[in-house]
Design a protein around this ligand. Structure first.
Ligand SMILES: Nc1ncnc2c1ncn2[C@@H]1O[C@H](COP(=O)(O)OP(=O)(O)O)[C@@H](O)[C@H]1O
Ligand SMILES: O=P(O)(O)OC[C@H](O)CO
Length: 497
């Protein structure tokens, strides 16, 4: 019999869907990737077509499997996904009743504001570790139930299902047999108590979400179900699921308290492992579940920045200053300093630590000798400055100071950025050999449940570094730059900080 020691990881991100087959040595043997449509039906609204996402998942998975000669050696599938984005679908037909509402969407900002004024934030914070912000899922679910004709009544009658993207994919992969999610996705909905680790009736009432909509919540590693044989030629177990940022924690092997990773994709998400205790933040960081394996929960502190690589994408698609994201590396290197130009990429408001959905972006400090290179450099710098703000907040929260930050995601390929990040953080920045850390994390979770890897220690042993960046910048220059950044941020906030 052929040995089954390969894992198919599905990484369903905000702008792209990837399927990657990994070997037991963590090498990516075959990859298929596709970008998909972003819909902006109104100001601050962001939607995806969940059916397009599903078709892309099937196509890329089939292509990745073809790259390794078919499904014969596949032990399991792991799923990782953009978090907080919601889908509501009809249990009978499997069809979504509305486009997916994406984590970046701000349409429920005023509802969040009303709930805050009514004093609901304390309850939300205590139970979920999160804040009342349109970023999270609950208000988006309520929006669909209130705006799609007949949806609320159907939801109450148990005819509809809600899921984050992992759950929607699992439902479809299993031919509509399994309605489940994993704990890292559940804990981002605003409906889940991270201490008791269950859906919370008070929160369901607060957000007016009927319980009949909800999926079952499971550990990150374990058999969630088997694929419909019609999809990939045989039934394949789905052995692991996690939200993409937590999956990157696994892929970066940040298994010890005090270890931190930052993923630079569309947004940037920094997670610090805080061990088996949730750390409450005084600085508007999120307390979240890092992973739960074998019933054992590891918590994390998280700083969420909504725009990281998206600022570089905007230079390309909005301003047409560049044709490839990687050009920004050269542009930033060519000029000796930023010339006092700052960009605050508040395109969809600002996340941690400000949580200001009404803030908007700015570029400031322009003089006639500023060039495209200064703007490109300011965009890269803004992501490092934001990471610095997160690190400072986590330090004050007593979450510890990571002397080393492990980075991944598309932007982490940029050497100039990684060096500037090390300079700002005054910490070492480590880049792993495999930058597809998110997908690798999902592969680890799936492979742990089917015996491809036997323990987290074995997984940690596979991590290896490709580059290390150490702080070099002189103190006074660093301070000047950081002061300028904070002045620029103050100008973007909707209410003076
Ligand atoms: N060399 C680079 N320098 C700066 N930004 C980059 C570079 N390569 C990719 N990016 C940015 O990284 C993002 C893509 O990263 P990725 O991890 O694929 O994101 P996601 O999973 O959110 O779709 C894009 O927004 C792109 O602009
Ligand atoms: O698609 P990414 O990689 O930017 O990740 C999105 C996050 O999960 C949103 O919380």
């Amino acid at each position: 019999m052929t040995e089954k020691n390969l894992i198919l990881a599905i990484d369903q991100g905000t702008t792209s869907t990837r399927s990657i087959v990994f070997g037991a040595d963590t090498e990516a043997l075959s990859t298929s990737r596709t970008e998909f449509g972003q819909f902006y039906p109104d100001q601050g609204w962001v939607e995806h077509d969940a059916e397009e996402i599903w078709r892309d998942v099937v196509r890329t998975a089939r292509e990745a499997l073809e790259g390794v000669g078919g499904n014969e050696r596949i032990s399991a599938i792991g799923i990782t996904n953009q978090r907080e984005t919601i889908v509501v679908w009809d249990r009978e037909t499997g069809r979504p009743i509305h486009h997916a509402i994406v984590w970046q969407d701000r349409r429920t900002a005023s509802l969040c504001q009303t709930l805050r004024q009514d004093g609901a934030e304390t309850l939300v914070r205590e139970r979920t570790g999160l804040l009342l912000d349109p970023y999270f899922s609950a208000t988006k679910i309520a929006w669909i139930l209130d705006n799609v004709s007949g949806a609320r009544a159907q939801a109450e009658a148990g005819k509809l299902a809600f899921g984050t993207i992992d759950s929607f994919l699992l439902w479809n992969l299993t031919g509509g047999r399994v309605h489940a999610t994993d704990i890292t996705n559940a804990c981002r909905t605003l409906l889940f108590d991270i201490h008791r680790q269950c859906w919370d009736k008070d929160l369901l009432k607060l957000f007016r979400v009927p319980e009949a909509l909800l999926p079952e919540v499971r550990d990150n590693s374990g058999i969630f179900g088997e694929t419909d044989p019609a999809l990939f030629g045989r039934a394949i177990p789905i052995g692991g699921m996690a939200g993409d940022q937590q999956s990157a924690v696994i892929g970066q092997a940040c298994f010890q308290p005090g270890m931190a990773k930052s993923t630079y994709g569309t947004g940037c998400f920094m997670l610090l492992n805080t061990g088996d205790k949730p750390v409450e933040s005084r600085n508007r960081m999120l307390t979240t579940i890092g992973y739960r394996i074998g019933g054992k929960t590891t918590y994390a502190l998280e700083g969420a920045i909504f725009v990281a690589g998206a600022a570089i994408k905007w230079l390309r698609d909005g301003l047409h200053l560049i044709t490839h994201a990687s050009q920004t590396d050269d542009m930033a290197t060519r000029i000796p300093h930023s010339h006092g130009v700052y960009m605050v990429p508040g395109f969809v408001g600002l996340g941690a630590p400000h949580w200001d959905p009404e803030a908007r972006g700015l570029i400031c400090g322009l003089t006639l000798d500023a060039t495209a290179a200064h703007i490109a450099r300011a965009a890269l710098e803004s992501v490092a400055f934001q990471t610095l703000d997160l690190a400072a907040a986590m330090r004050e929260d007593g979450g510890g100071t990571a002397s080393t930050l492990r980075v991944d995601g598309g932007m982490a390929a940029n050497d100039w950025f990684c060096q500037f990040l090390a300079d700002m953080l005054q910490a070492k920045v480590e880049r792993p050999k495999n930058l597809e850390t998110t997908a690798l994390g999902a592969a680890f979770l799936a492979g742990l449940s089917t015996g491809v890897w036997s323990s987290l220690d074995e997984v940690a042993g596979t991590w290896s570094r490709s580059s290390m960046f150490e702080p070099q910048m002189e103190g006074a220059q660093r301070k000047r730059m950081i002061d300028g950044w904070h002045q620029a941020v103050r100008r973007t906030l909707s209410q003076a900080a």
